[in-house]
Write a protein that binds this ligand. Structure first.
Ligand code: GLU
Length: 303
């Protein structure tokens, strides 16, 4: 008989601050999604950026998840699941892509590269894809440090998001993208795609703001010979100004919430906002059996 692979979800926070009600709601959904199908969860620390990541933030995130009953089966504090410790694996991926002539150095500064609108051509408006050897040497002699971009093909990627439905995107519309920064730090798109594949993730639950990265990640995973996970994007929790919550919302940070409210009150409140319960106190475990993506709000949630 055909055996279904074990379903694996993940928490993948960037430790650049404490959790707040916005990323807590995505974490709750990731947990409910995996547990409701009898799946496991891994906790990957996305601490690629040394300037923005801190150990205090890692601890704060882990403590909040634990306090709220959102447990995991592998990952933090195991450093094998921290992106900052996985550079040698990313080096291998980088070399593979380089040997396949899929990469090129891009000498543009951030301001030269951004902003890309109006609709960027396939090389995001920069000319680096077409530089010859001596032009590269000249830029390097002038002190320019290159980031590495991947050449995207003129190819449409179609996928069905588990919550928002069908999407199609031509990779060339977004343009070539950076996979290694000029300071040598691997970029999010490379690390997250490779890690989801390498860690056997089958279900990705995350905020809707990352829908626009999904086609690129599906493509990158297929280029690396893997199977893309199923993606479920979640509504964002937005402040009164209509903007995604950020570290600005101190009183909605997990640390402050856990000082003033019981874990079940916080989980129940978030579940109420998402539309999966009536807002009364509940533990995460109590919500598993009734969990259904069909009840999760599609609209962003204003608080
Ligand atoms: N590390 C990212 C964040 O905290 C999430 C990445 C992902 O889920 O793909 O926003």
């Amino acid at each position: 008989m055909y055996k279904q692979p074990i379903q694996t979800g993940r928490f993948a926070p960037s430790p650049s601050g404490q959790l707040h009600i916005g990323n807590l709601s995505s974490s709750l959904l990731a947990w409910l999604d995996a547990r409701s199908v009898g799946g496991r969860l891994i906790f990957r620390m996305e601490d690629l950026d040394p300037d923005r990541s801190s150990k205090e933030s890692e601890q704060s995130i882990a403590l909040a998840l634990k306090a709220l009953g959102l447990d995991w089966d592998a990952g933090y504090p195991d450093s094998e699941y921290s992106q900052s410790q996985r550079s040698s694996k990313y080096d291998e991926v980088f070399d593979l892509l380089l040997h396949r002539d899929m990469l090129y150095p891009c000498y543009c500064s951030r301001s030269e590269r951004l902003p890309p609108p109006p609709p960027p051509p396939s090389d995001s408006g920069c000319k680096c894809r077409h530089l010859n050897f001596s032009e590269r040497r000249e830029l390097e002699a002038a002190g320019r440090k290159a980031a590495w971009k991947i050449k995207v093909p003129d190819k449409t990627i179609s996928f069905c998001d588990g919550h928002y439905g069908k999407f199609s995107e031509n990779l060339a519309d977004g343009g070539d993208f950076i996979i290694k920064r000029s300071d040598g730090v691997y970029a999010y798109q490379l690390a997250v795609s490779f890690d989801d594949m390498d860690m056997g993730v089958t279900r990705v639950v995350r905020g809707r703001d990352l829908l626009s990265s999904t086609a690129r990640q599906i493509w990158l995973i297929s280029e690396l010979g893997g199977d893309a996970p199923k993606y479920y994007h979640a509504p964002l929790i937005v402040g009164a100004d209509g903007r995604k919550l950020s570290k600005r919302y101190g009183e909605l940070g997990a640390e402050a919430l856990l000082k003033t409210h019981a874990p079940d009150e916080i989980i129940g409140y978030i579940a109420g906002l998402l539309g999966i319960s009536d807002g009364s106190p509940h533990s995460a475990a109590e919500l598993v059996s009734e969990f259904d993506w069909g009840n999760v709000s599609k609209a962003d949630i204003l608080i």
